[in-house]
Design a protein around this ligand. Structure first.
Ligand code: KIV
Ligand code: ZN
Length: 526
């Protein structure tokens, strides 16, 4: 056994240990079925993470079965299961990981005084003994073993060095230093990693790992500081999910390493072009959403609305983009047209739609555009076409007169909706339809009445307070003839607001589709 030197060699490789399916999945609202876990594990493999922590085999028979299925289906990354230091946990992990090509056991035991005294009721010596017993039992059964000193960042430094050295002496290949409660900060964590690299007695191949929680919003910064301090594995999760405020976000830490190789001494092997798709898949599987301004994978991560920014982006995208959307697999830069946008961006979008208004006409269109942006937020291509062609993009021609919802009794209840709409030319029209849920049934009826077919991509409803009392706001995104269109409406109840948002999306779409011939004529005339 030797004591390795502290100096990290520049451009080393940092392993990415993904814990979306373990630490992430154990957080409220993120639990997944075994099928969902397998679906996500395939994407993690395409992302080329180094290790997938597939679960905690001893936690439940379901977790164990999911790990086993992932272990038999997934090629590429090392497969890992969490375990306490109890021998039955280690045996459960061995059984679940048996089909994997490369198996890692992840044993954890708390080392901090608060955990030793309040939770474990163990002395320092008993903790060291438990590490020795567990590792001795596990040795030879797995391809590699990771030891985590839970709550490491609140552990006395001398004891942390002792516990880590003990784990390395009994066969740990990876020494993980979790900031379990997310209390550290970059300067401190970097110094601790430097200290551990200096003082822990270990064989040369042993790697230090960071596992940072985000309670103070510092998980990514702390993980990067750990790399500067000598860590060569980062534990992280897609979209930063995990206990409480979550774990280090995989997409953020990987892109920071990518964008700033000048300051981080190690690079990952992750295929960054798969980040967006993996993040989207996790959201769909767990039914969760991300803040629009979430770094790397948020809806606005590559969107620019402010006029000055749009002007800069049109001149040279590097003015406001430090990485391209293509590099993370995002759909593309969006110059969102809204009330902050300038004439320059409006004119460019009009040109893309085939319009070349003269300066006077552009002034008028700009005024109509700003009025629309004030009323509806984002202005879409269909709205611009409507302005140029003289249609009204401000609401639907249909009015919702009545909705009646009914659910049948019995073991497999069905939902029906009767919707009555009124149209200035067609008069009152109604239809009855069924669907999976009252809103789906109402949407089916609306589609029959209007003759428009849409795929609903998302629907968000929320209650808002209006002067007259309660009101509901619905925001919908649909796919119509291959175009994505959004609608938004308020209503006295959820279903009416949802129907109106769908009708508004239909209305926004129509002029857009009436336009090619007219657009060409207009472009030729102007
Ligand atoms: O946060 C933590 O300490 C953990 C360990 C099990 C690594 O998740
Ligand atoms: Zn954790």
């Amino acid at each position: 056994m030797s004591t390795s030197s502290v100096e990290p060699s520049p451009h080393d490789r940092v392993r990415i240990f993904d814990t979306t399916l373990r630490d992430g999945e154990q957080a409220p609202g993120f639990s997944m079925t075994p099928e969902q876990k397998i679906e996500l594990a395939h994407l993690l493999a395409s992302l080329k993470v180094d290790v997938i922590e597939a679960g905690f085999a001893a936690a439940s028979p379901g977790d164990s079965a999911a790990i086993r299925r992932i272990a038999s289906e997934i090629n590429g990354p090392t497969l890992c299961s969490l375990a306490r230091t109890t021998l039955s946990d280690i045996d459960a992990a061995a059984e679940a990981l048996a089909p994997a090509r490369h198996r890692r056991l992840h044993i954890f035991l708390a080392t901090s005084p608060i955990h030793r005294e309040a939770k474990l009721r163990m002395s320092r010596l008993e903790v060291l003994k438990a590490i020795e017993t567990a590792l001795t039992h596990a040795r030879g059964t797995f391809d590699e073993i990771e030891f985590s000193a839970e709550d490491a960042l609140r552990t006395e430094e001398d004891f942390l060095v002792e516990a880590m050295s003990c784990a390395a002496a009994f066969g740990a290949d990876v020494l993980n230093v979790p900031d379990t409660v997310g209390v550290s900060e970059p300067g401190e964590i970097r110094r601790i990693f430097e200290m551990l690299c200096e003082q822990v007695d270990r064989p040369d191949h042993v790697v230090f790992s960071a596992h940072c929680h985000n309670d103070l919003g510092l998980a990514v910064s702390n993980s990067l500081a750990a790399v500067q301090g000598g860590a060569r594995q980062i534990e992280c999760a897609i979209n930063g999910i995990g206990e409480r405020a979550g774990n280090c976000s995989l997409e953020e830490v990987v892109m920071a390493l990518n964008v700033r190789p000048d300051i981080y001494p190690a690079a990952s092997s992750v295929d960054t072009t798969q980040l967006w798709a993996t993040s989207q898949k996790l959201m769909r599987l767990t039914g969760t959403t991300l803040a629009p301004n979430k770094a790397i994978v948020g809806k606005n991560a590559f969107a620019h609305e402010a006029g000055i920014h749009q002007h800069g982006m049109i001149a040279d995208r590097r003015t406001y983009e430090i990485m391209t959307p293509e590099s993370v697999g995002a759909p593309g830069t969006a110059l969102v047209l809204g009330k902050h946008s300038g004439k320059h961006a409006l004119n460019q979008r009009l040109a893309q739609l085939g319009y070349q208004p003269d300066p006077e006409r552009l002034d008028d269109v700009f005024k109509a555009f700003k009025a629309l942006a004030d009323a509806h937020g984002e202005v879409m291509d269909a709205d611009l076409v409507a302005i140029m062609e003289g249609y009204s993009p401000s609401g639907s021609v249909w009015t919702v007169l009545r909705t009646e919802l009914r659910t049948t009794a019995g073991p497999q209840p069905k939902q029906f909706a009767r919707v009555e709409l009124s149209h200035p030319e067609r008069g009152r029209v109604s239809d009855i339809a069924s669907g999976e849920g009252p809103v789906a049934a109402a949407f089916a009826a609306v589609q029959t009445i209007t003759g428009m077919k849409a795929d609903i991509i998302s629907l968000e409803t929320r209650m808002i307070r209006a002067r007259e009392g309660r009101e509901f706001l619905a925001e919908i995104e649909v796919e119509l003839d291959g175009d994505r269109v959004r609608g938004r409406a308020r209503g006295p109840d959820i279903v009416t607001a949802a129907i109106d948002s769908l009708l508004f999306a239909f209305e926004r779409h129509q002029p857009y589709h009436r336009q090619p011939a007219e657009t060409a004529m207009h472009a030729a005339a102007s």
